[in-house]
Design a protein around this ligand. Structure first.
Ligand code: BES
Ligand code: MN
Ligand code: ZN
Length: 506
């Protein structure tokens, strides 16, 4: 999907067939050029809005086909609401909705951006947000639909791949859109990783894929099983041992703040279980296919490093992803096995399906030990219990540091990826005391499964500010929303990119 930005004028679009979209504010209020278009069509816009009871409220759309007086095939109206309702998020949402409306109408279209008096953004800034929203919605994962592709060759169907935004300050808009497009590339990269099935994306192949980040300036180091054994990552390796696909840990480094005073990096750590059968504590068959996205945390970390590097953020960051496949087999670990983590702490594995925390335990320890980071943030599809608590509307947030929790929460709200903080304390920690080892990997039946999971992780964190984001409820969208089509969401890439931009760029 390509975007261009040009001076607003009707002359450039009216004389030929095509699709023109225009913004309409609340109470059917049209901008100057919108009114001119209405006149040229003999008032067709005004009549159609009245007939369809279209008022111009947020995200409302209306399509007019072949209006008289102009050559246009379609005029599409998109509501932006009241001036005071207009924000970057609302405009992204309208961009997404517009994409969905235009997608099957044609290969290209123009959008006239005219905002009402009193809006907080100027036209150029608004156009950037609309384009970003449209780009995010345009994601498709259809590479395995070979029959559709064959049919397409015989009888091509339109699919929107070019949008021209007609706006005052087009040059400015074009410049400001550049970095946004790169963040969108990063999000698409992460969505692809999550969408691929587990026979295509497994630890080795996912690790290899991350090599593509070298092209944007990320250093990629792949740790193989021999090295992981040498490091003593017994918790992570215990999970991997049931699978014919061997474990990998990938270390991604981006140094965008080379001459800054404080060189310590921010560390992002991701759960990358490329498929979670549960292991010997095997899951039921229903819905098990969903467990291909149990590497969503690692995809978000990869996407975040990609975004930071591609837009040349002034920050030092490392990404550490633990890649394993959790399978039952003759070599799989058993309930009751005791493993020794890289930290030296021993873990009694009561339930082999609580594997994400075992993987993260060693990755957190490695991050802290090797990089002495300024802070650590891990992302994981860790618990089904977080879906019980928060559904699909918020990701769960856990932290040992209030400022970090507040900053992450603020960043999440600004990009439409909200977090909700849950409590942690010693009483929950008692749940994982084990009679046989330093701890066990599940609670004793006291409920609060997501908190207990977080308490487990906390045992692998020393004095560094740390946050854990449980994305089990948000990594995969069960339905379309304005800027996230059904499927892999890459939840967290936008959030962490914003968190860095707002709180950690030099
Ligand atoms: N990957 C799952 C969590 C999950 C569930 C992610 C649903 C996405 C959707 C995780 O490894 C898991 O199996 N957790 C167990 C933990 C339990 C054994 C303490 C769970 O949630 O049931
Ligand atoms: Mn599991
Ligand atoms: Zn899992």
């Amino acid at each position: 999907m390509k975007f261009s930005f040009a001076k607003p004028s009707l002359a450039s679009v009216l004389g030929k067939p095509g699709i023109l979209a225009i913004t309409v504010a609340n109470d059917r209020s049209l901008g100057a050029l919108g009114q001119e278009l209405d006149q040229k069509t003999g008032g067709a816009l005004t009549r159609a809005m009245a007939a369809a009871r279209f008022s111009g409220k947020k995200d409302e759309t209306l399509t007019l086909l072949a209006p008289a007086g102009v050559e246009l095939e379609r005029v599409v109206l998109i509501g932006v609401g009241k001036a005071e309702e207009i924000t970057d998020l609302s405009l992204q949402s309208q961009g997404g909705t517009l994409f969905a409306t235009l997608d099957k109408a044609g290969d290209e279209a123009s959008l006239l951006v005219e905002l009402p008096e009193g809006a907080a953004l100027d036209g150029a800034a608004a156009a950037v947000e609309i384009a970003f929203g449209a780009r995010l919605r345009s994601y498709k994962f259809d590479k395995y639909k070979t029959n559709d592709k064959k049919a397409e060759k015989k009888e091509p169907k339109p699919a929107l791949d070019r949008l021209t935004l007609l706006v005052e300050g087009a040059d400015e808009a074009k410049k400001a859109y550049g970095p946004r497009d790169k963040v969108a590339d990063a999000i698409f990269f992460a969505r692809d990783l999550v969408s691929e099935p587990a026979n295509v994306i497994y630890p080795e192949s996912l690790a290899d894929k991350t090599k593509e980040l070298e092209s944007v300036g990320v250093e990629v180091e792949i740790l193989e099983p021999k090295k992981l054994r040498k490091l003593g990552m017994g918790a992570l390796l215990g999970v991997a041992q049931g699978s014919a696909n061997e474990a990998r840990v990938v270390v991604l480094r981006y140094n965008g703040n080379g001459d800054g005073e404080d060189q310590r990096p921010l560390a992002f750590i991701g759960k990358g279980v490329t498929f979670d059968t549960g292991g010997i504590s095997i899951k039921g068959a229903a819905g098990m296919e969903d467990m291909k996205w149990d590497m969503g945390g690692s995809a978000t970390v990869v996407g975040t490093l990609y975004a930071l590097a591609a837009r040349k953020a002034k920050v030092n960051a490392v990404g550490i992803i633990g890649l394993v496949e959790n399978m039952p087999s003759g070599t799989a670990q058993r309930p009751g096995d005791i493993v020794t983590s890289m930290s030296g702490q021993t873990i009694e594995v009561i339930n082999t399906d609580a594997e994400g925390r075992l993987v993260l335990a060693d990755c957190l320890w490695y991050a802290q030990d090797v990089f002495k980071p300024k802070l650590m943030i891990d992302l994981a599809t860790l618990t089904g219990a977080i879906i019980v608590a928060l559904g699909h509307e918020h990701a769960g947030l856990f932290a040992n540091n209030d400022e970090l929790a507040q900053n992450l929460t603020a960043a999440g709200l600004k990009v439409g990826q909200p977090l909700w903080r849950l409590p942690m304390n010693d009483a929950y920690d008692k749940e994982i005391e084990s009679p046989a080892a330093d701890m066990k990997n599940v609670g004793s039946g006291g409920g609060a499964g997501s908190i207990v999971g977080a308490q487990f992780l906390k045992r692998f964190v020393n004095d560094v500010p740390w946050a854990h984001i449980d994305i089990a409820g948000v990594a995969w969208a069960k339905k379309d929303s304005a800027t996230v089509p059904k499927g892999a969401s890459a939840f967290g890439v936008r959030l962490l990119d914003r968190f860095v931009a707002e709180f950690h760029e030099a």
